[in-house]
Each structure stands twice: as C-alpha cells, then as structure tokens.
Ligand binder design. Structure first.
Ligand code: 4AD
Ligand code: MG
Length: 439
C-alpha cells in the first residue's frame, strides 16, 4: 500500500499530456500494458491510462538489466509505472514515444483471456465484460456516453432546470403493464420504475423546470438491438409549457449534446470509425399521417390508429440524415396521460417521438400531459387502470397544476446513434438484457 501511494506521488504525466510534452522532457506514467511487442533487442509497449495511449520503448543495453528483465516479464494488461524521455517518432501513434529509463510492474496480469482465438462470439466478450471493457473501442464508447450525459446536464443547468431524484421502487405503471418488473415489497406488490415522469409532474409545481437522470427498468420480452432491461433515462418536465416548447427543448438539447461530443470526443469517434456531423436546430418534423403513408409506400401497411412498427420506423429513419420528430400520434398508440388536440376529433395526442437517422430509430418520446382533473379521471377509468395506484398523481390536478410538457431520452440510445453502433449493449458498461444479468 505504501509503495502504491509512492508511485502516485511520483507520477508526473498522463498519456495525454506526455503526448503534448516537449522533445527530451522526462515523464513518469502509471497505466496498463495494452500491447506488447519485441523487435530484436527493443521491447515496445503501448501503455494505456484513463486518458489514452502512448508508445514506450525499452532497448537492451540502454536500460538497466533489471528494467529489461521486467520489460521481458511484463504481460499484457499488467499495471505498470513507466518513466523516460519523450521523443518524436513518426511511426508511433500520436507521433511521440517514451524512451524507457525506469520501469516497474505494479500488478502483473495473468495470461489475458481475450485473444483473437478465444473470442468465438460476441456473447463471450459480454461474458467477459468485466475485462473486455478495457478494449480501445469499449472505452471510447464509455467516454462518448459520459459526454452525452455531461452535455445534457450542462444544457439543463444553463437553461434554469433543477436536477431532482425520484424513487425507483414504485407502485404505478407509467408506460403500460407489459414491461413492469414486479417485486415483493414486504408482502405487497411494487415495481421497478419505468420512468420518473409522474414524479417530475409533481416536482414542477415546486421548481417549475426539472430534469432527472436515473435508471429505468423495462421487462422487455423480446431480444432486439435497441432494448435493454435497465437503462438510464434523461427526462425533463416544464410547467406552463406546450408541446411546441417541449420539442424546442429536445432539439436544442440533442444538438447541444452532439456539438459537445464532436468537440470533445473526436478522438474517440475516430477510434470507433465514426464520421459524425452534429446536427443544428431546427430538426425536421413529419406527422404520424405522413409516416404511415411512407410505410405503406414501402410495403408496410399501417392502419390509422396503429403504432408505427419497428421495421417502418427503421426505414423512415434510414431515409433521413438528421434526427427528426414524428408528431401527432393517435391516442391508441400512447400512454394514458397524453393530452389530445381539442381541435381534432380523431383523438390525436400532442406528442412526438424524436427519431435518430441512419436506421437507429427512437431516441426520445415526449408530450403535453393532461392537467385537467376530470379529463384525466375519465382517461384512467376508460383505460381500466387501477385508480389507487394513480391517486396522488390524479390529485395533483386539484391543486393548481398548469399546462405542462416533458420528455424522456434514453442515454444509451443517444450514445448508440452518435457512436454509430449496431447494438445498444455496447453502450452500457454492464448491460442488462433479456438474456443477461451478469457480470
Ligand atoms: O418512450 P418511453 O417509453 O417514454 C417514457 O418513458 C416517458 N414517460 C418519458 C417522459 O416523457 N418523461 O421511453 C423514453 C425513452 C425512449 O425514447 C428510449 O430512448 C428510451 O427511453 N428507452 C429505452 N432505452 C433502452 N432500452 C429500452 N428498453 C428502452 N425503453 C425506452
Ligand atoms: Mg417511446
């Protein structure tokens, strides 16, 4: 323990600032051996830390015998201390290399189990996720995800939204009963929360504009490339707001996040082979009616009032190169709390989905909520929802609840699109899906 603290005290550089160091500058880094190669009497290491990678080279006869022995002994993924001189080398990634003088093995790794021959399927990589997250791509995705979340916080705070928390053990279904995880709560039934929306609707009466970032749970019964059973949702709710205000907030938020990722994480995007052009507001809007017309032109008939199928959404998403809204879904496709347009007898909700382009599909769902007591009471009765579970929520309408609107965006969905990933599980450090609860 004493020794480890000693190393931390002696660290002078991280990989990122070592790459920016002047020719001849002395550096001492702490990190992991990402790659090791020996070419004649030179041992090359790619050393990784939390910020990135740098090449280090130790030459026999130049380094001490002990250092060369340790360089020979060190294995991939061992934790190490490397010290030496920075010099320019065109062949090295980043154009710089550390000429090793000092080297110590802090923690020697056993044979690394994630090799080309061991990896026979993607599921092996996820069985070994506690180790495979060290990969260059996996950590690039996590850094983009962190930027997505920080960007969201920044946008909300800059626009006067207050961060709140809400329980994740609840007694009501926000988004329908079919994806609820049930649990035994000291002998009575409770569920894992699908969305914090109902609590946000209470909180706006105290704070006016709120946002929240917390896990949401869905017992998704099907195996798809965009569903996790546990994911993190970015949600916001505003008092005295219409669906128009809500869509403006979403497009400004998403474009802010995209700009920030493009600015701060271009290295990670290029590790992922992703060319990403951040969109600028306003984002295009198409109506539900136009969307189902498009679907039928592609051979997917959708009757008015039916939900847009996953396949139709994918084709529509593929036809666009910028995120876009689908507006005005029929009430039959939406949850009970949605306000309908009073000027349209077909029961069209004042709601929209925000859809990512390039086939990625839904990023967010939002809408204006019913703020009238009687209207919501009738809706709850009409949809045969358990009135006791929604008692307090309905009751809010008796105590000065103004018109309001909000939305929820999945952090992993946004990351999947921005990184251009095929499967959502790659956006989660330890993904939970229908077939996976470990590691
Ligand atoms: O569309 P959803 O179900 O909407 C709501 O939960 C609203 N109550 C939110 C609100 O208005 N405050 O979920 C919102 C978003 C989706 O658009 C999607 O991005 C993400 O959450 N999401 C999922 N992400 C990963 N895996 C799943 N199983 C997801 N289900 C929803
Ligand atoms: Mg939705």
């Amino acid at each position: 323990m004493q020794k480890r603290l000693g190393w931390l005290d002696q660290r002078t550089h991280t990989t990122r600032n070592a790459l920016q160091a002047k020719e001849g500058e002395q550096v001492r880094l702490l990190g992991w051996v990402h790659v090791k190669n020996q070419v004649g009497g030179i041992i090359f290491l790619t050393v990784r830390d939390g910020e990135g990678f740098i090449q280090a080279a130790g030459k026999k006869g130049v380094v001490s015998e002990q250092v060369f022995e340790d360089l020979k002994k060190v294995t991939r993924e061992s934790a190490v201390m490397v010290g030496g001189t920075v010099r320019g080398d065109k062949r090295a990634p980043g154009g710089k290399e550390v000429s090793v003088k000092e080297f110590e093995i802090v923690a020697l790794s056993d044979d690394w189990p994630i090799t080309k021959s061991a990896v026979k399927s993607a599921s092996y990589l996820y069985d070994m996720r506690h180790l495979s997250i060290r990969g260059r791509k996996a950590s690039a995705v996590m850094k983009v995800r962190a930027e997505v979340i920080s960007g969201a916080f920044e946008h909300f705070v800059d626009n006067g939204f207050i961060l709140i928390s809400a329980p994740t053990i609840v007694q009501n279904a926000v988004e329908g009963g079919s994806t609820l995880f049930e649990l035994n709560y000291f002998g009575s039934k409770a569920y894992l929360s699908q969305s914090a929306q109902l609590y946000e609707e209470a909180a706006i009466n105290a704070l006016e504009k709120v946002f929240i970032f917390q896990p949401a749970f869905r017992a998704e019964k099907s195996k798809t490339s965009k569903h996790l059973t546990e994911f993190w949702m970015i949600e916001a709710e505003q008092a005295f707001a219409s669906q128009e205000d809500n869509m403006k907030l979403q497009e400004n938020l998403l474009c802010h996040i995209c700009r920030r990722v493009a600015e701060k994480r271009s290295a990670e995007l290029s590790i992922l082979g992703r060319r990403f052009n951040p969109p600028e507001p306003p984002l295009p809007r198409i109506s539900y009616d136009e969307a189902i017309h498009f679907a039928s032109s592609k051979g997917i008939p959708i009757k008015w009032g039916e939900d847009i199928t996953t396949e139709a959404e994918r084709l529509l998403s593929e036809s666009q190169d910028k995120p876009f809204f689908i507006t005005g879904y029929p009430l039959s496709t939406r949850s009970f709390y949605h306000m309908t347009n009073p000027d349209d007898p077909r029961q069209v909700t004042m709601s929209a989905d925000l859809i990512a382009p390039e086939g990625h599909g839904e990023l967010a769902t939002g809408g204006q909520r019913i703020h009238d007591y009687k209207l919501l009471e009738d809706r709850i009765k009409g949809q045969e929802l358990p009135p006791e579970a929604f008692g307090w929520y309905l009751g809010l309408r008796k105590y000065g609840l103004p018109p309001h609107a909000g939305f929820g965006m999945g952090a992993e969905r946004a990351t999947k699109w921005i990184c251009g990933l095929k499967h959502i599980r790659a956006t989660s450090l330890f993904p939970r899906t229908i077939t996976r609860v470990t590691p």
